[in-house]
Design a protein around this ligand. Sequence first.
Ligand SMILES: C=CC1=C(C)c2cc3[nH]c(cc4nc(cc5[nH]c(cc1n2)c(C)c5CCC(=O)O)C(CCC(=O)O)=C4C)c(C)c3C=C
Ligand SMILES: [Fe+2]
Ligand SMILES: [Fe+2]
Length: 387
Amino acid sequence: MGRVGVLLLNLGGPEQLEDVRPFLFNLFADPEIIRLPFSWLQKPLAWLISTLRFQKSQENYMQIGGGSPLRRITEAQAQALEERLAEIGQEARVYIGMRYWHPFTEEAIAAIKRDRIKRLVILPLYPQFSISTSGSSFRVLEEMWKKDPALRQIDYTIVPCWYDSPGYIKAMVDLIVQELEKFSDPDRVHIFFSAHGVPQSYVDEAGDPYQQEIEECTRLIMKTLNRSNDYTLAYQSRVGPVEWLKPYTEDALKELGKKGIEDLLVIPISFVSEHIETLQEIDIEYREVAEEAGIKNFQRVPALNTHPVFIDALAELTVESLKKAPQTFAEVPRPKKNMKMYPQERWEWGMTTAAEVWNGRLAMVGFIALIIELISGHGPLHFVGLL
Ligand SMILES: C=CC1=C(C)c2cc3[nH]c(cc4nc(cc5[nH]c(cc1n2)c(C)c5CCC(=O)O)C(CCC(=O)O)=C4C)c(C)c3C=C
Ligand SMILES: [Fe+2]
Ligand SMILES: [Fe+2]
């Protein structure tokens, strides 16, 4: 088989406050995060949004010690996976490729080439597939493969999603049981799954399987947990004015407070490491919302990080993937049709020339409005809550 490598894909996060702005630029420059009808608008808009948003975002990172712990945790996961694979007799080097911050996917691929890896397993650290996460990283890899003949010497297989892996489900259930037992009456606790949201149009227009995989994942966890506790699934971290998957976490918490729920256990479901949205958004912002709504005991299940059962599950996924015949990126699910632009407006490709002219004009008007906002500090993005 030759030298084996595992490429763990993840989002990346700013390690210090100075990184926040360029990190946000990289994120908003990704057409899988904001899709615009004209690619030339992508970078100017990313520059604008990152310039206008970074201070608010920095304040959030300041509340969790001045940076994201994502790199440190992902490195610990990679090391634990390498060790576990060696224990079960599968020698492999594990690499980390982040989408928006160091170590970037490009850095991982350079190391994979340097190490003369012959067989690669591409394993995203997102249990559920979304166009905006794993899909975006796959697209970057596919482009690299197209451009670089040396990469085409590497046989690879892809694990597009693994929300139903028994080891992952078991590790989640272990953590939930541990936290439930800390409540004075575990049977009375309301279990609250909080998944990272995506715009509703990703599912409706582009055929993103994300929502369906999240729903199935929560069902599998509840089935394996095998308890009678009530549970809710809601979606957090909405950005911008468009409709995202519902119910929103904030609204669902208020609703449960109104119903008289006092004990609540939050389970972050779409990400396997602690990061800003667990440490700041859930632990600080949503806790406040819940307490104001009358929820007295608000607790959270920790992220899996290097939980041994979880690392074992990753090792198993790797071994299973190595048994498969080499694949291509074309075999990975992709959007059914072009997505609406973001902020989502009706957009169809193959329009008439007149419509294209009008869309171009509207884009220019929008761009000028953004410039005005940048100079004045007030404008449409503040109004709609994107900044
Ligand atoms: C499965 C997880 C994630 C999905 C789906 C996702 C989609 C998505 N995210 C944004 C916008 C932002 N995301 C930001 C940070 C961020 N996002 C995820 C995960 C998912 N995103 C993580 C783990 C992190 C944080 C990493 C860290 O630093 O710890 C941010 C920046 C933070 C902020 O300013 O709030 C933005 C912005 C969109 C628009 C989107 C779907 C289209
Ligand atoms: Fe995000
Ligand atoms: Fe987010």
